[in-house]
Design a protein around this ligand. Sequence first.
Ligand SMILES: NC(=O)c1ccc[n+]([C@@H]2O[C@H](COP(=O)([O-])OP(=O)(O)OC[C@H]3O[C@@H](n4cnc5c(N)ncnc54)[C@H](O)[C@@H]3O)[C@@H](O)[C@H]2O)c1
Length: 530
Amino acid sequence: MLEPTRDDSTEGELIFLYGPPGSGKSSVGPVLAKSLSLSYIDLDKFIVARYAKSIPEIFKDEGEAGFRLKEQAAFIECTKQVNSVVALGGGTLLDPEIRDQAARRGNIICLDANVETLLNRLRISSIPRPLISDPFKTQETMLLDLLENRKEHYASFQKKIDTTTLAVEEIVCQAQILLGMFTIRGMGSEYDVRVISDSLHKIGSNINQRKLHGPVAVVCDQVVSRWYLEPVLESLEKENFHAEAVIIPTGEVYKNIDTVISLWNSFVKAGIDRSGTIIALGGGVVNDLTGFAAATYLRGVKWVAIPTTLLSMVDASLGGKTGADLPAGKNLIGAFHAPSLVWVDPAVIKTLAKEEFISGLAEVIKHGIISDPRLYAICQSGLDSIVADLEGVVKRAMAVKIRIIQEDPFERGKRAVLNLGHTLGHAIEKVTNYQIRHGEAVALGLVAAAKVSEFNGIGEIGIANNIRSVLAINHLPTDLPEMIDKNDLCAAMMLDKKRRSGMPNLALPKRIGEVVWGYELTDLRLLTDL
Ligand SMILES: NC(=O)c1ccc[n+]([C@@H]2O[C@H](COP(=O)([O-])OP(=O)(O)OC[C@H]3O[C@@H](n4cnc5c(N)ncnc54)[C@H](O)[C@@H]3O)[C@@H](O)[C@H]2O)c1
């Protein structure tokens, strides 16, 4: 059965957790709500409070039919409150009309588990469940009957999580990926990340909902302006924002302080005051420059990231690192400045040049290596598999980075794993005067890091070949171009801003899904021998 799509006019966010008794709805609900800064409603508790009667009492007095009527009324009442996670009863959505309303008003996630797990959880639960409590039957028989009757019903939901072997935190993480909803904390502020295909027209209302009411400047480069500036401006105008476009030249060679100065001047012209918001609409270059200009203009104004390349979706737009290059090296000036919202529309990837898409895959593969073997396995199947579930791949790759930057927002420790492949990568970009794309350079850096890791007995045997082959199957480079002088590379790496006591500090892969950091390289040449 196809679920109706969410009604565009619906304001706010509603998430419904559904599934059989014991699937984890009321354990997961409050944790998911907290992680997304939403409120939490347990529908059964809502009914008990509303009618001042326990669920078994309602069943005893009015039967299942009477309970369902009360449940439907409670559902309608409690879904008037937006921005909530609602744990439903195990049969709330059996009514087609209520199911239809739930699908139109928000997102439904159906949790499930194997029978043994459901039974174990029910045994230790104190929640009364009249439909599986009968003095003349075992709970197992009753649960099996209920599951048999509702087999097709539960199977018909699109977003499902098998919770059998998962801890609550893991279920919450999977739910966030399925929903494309994350809230990032840790830099003294919190901000939402939303991943929704074909959603540029919603940016105005979402900025409005987050109470960013001042004047807006939309920064993009010449290429992106042709594709996506208009829908973004239209969406802002619809919400009565005063919005001005600021178009900058395209390419890494313009990621410098001159462009930052031109942005500051454009913000003055656009009337951006301290109540204003700057939108970065574009790839990693626009993201970094705009975020840095916003961090430094009027001692810091709010900004929103709308990443339009695969690379900027899964990496650059997350974590609040902003900056520009100096002639001496990449990202040598910068600031941490968290955005107020990251709005990701994976559908915009369709207009991206194939080489740019492939360049972004290097960061996706990197995230798989860091902590998501399943994501890595999808990448091992090659481009067709990735494209077949592009939105899913984008969300999984984002989740890896989000987990890390929450733990270590200012890169005092673990965040350094995200630099995997970047020491050599940045040097390659620099010595080729950015003729090699960021992702391509990172791909070469990943091969180098894996080789150093295996050579030093840190990485498991075969890891370098494994990583080399997944990059190659996705058309990423794995051999250093001959035109590159290794002495130049070593000199550029010495300028790497992550160096400590004179030598670069490396993140190295141990196995797929685990990376160590803080490795002090003694001989730079080791990194240049791919
Ligand atoms: N801040 C961070 O944490 C972080 C992390 C990783 C990378 N970065 C930075 O990101 C930069 C690389 O970003 P990038 O790879 O996105 O490059 P980019 O920003 O140069 O974009 C690549 C090209 O794609 C075009 N483009 C963008 N979106 C498009 C779309 N939807 N359709 C058609 N064309 C489109 C752009 O005009 C550009 O020509 C580097 O400067 C790197 O240092 C920053």
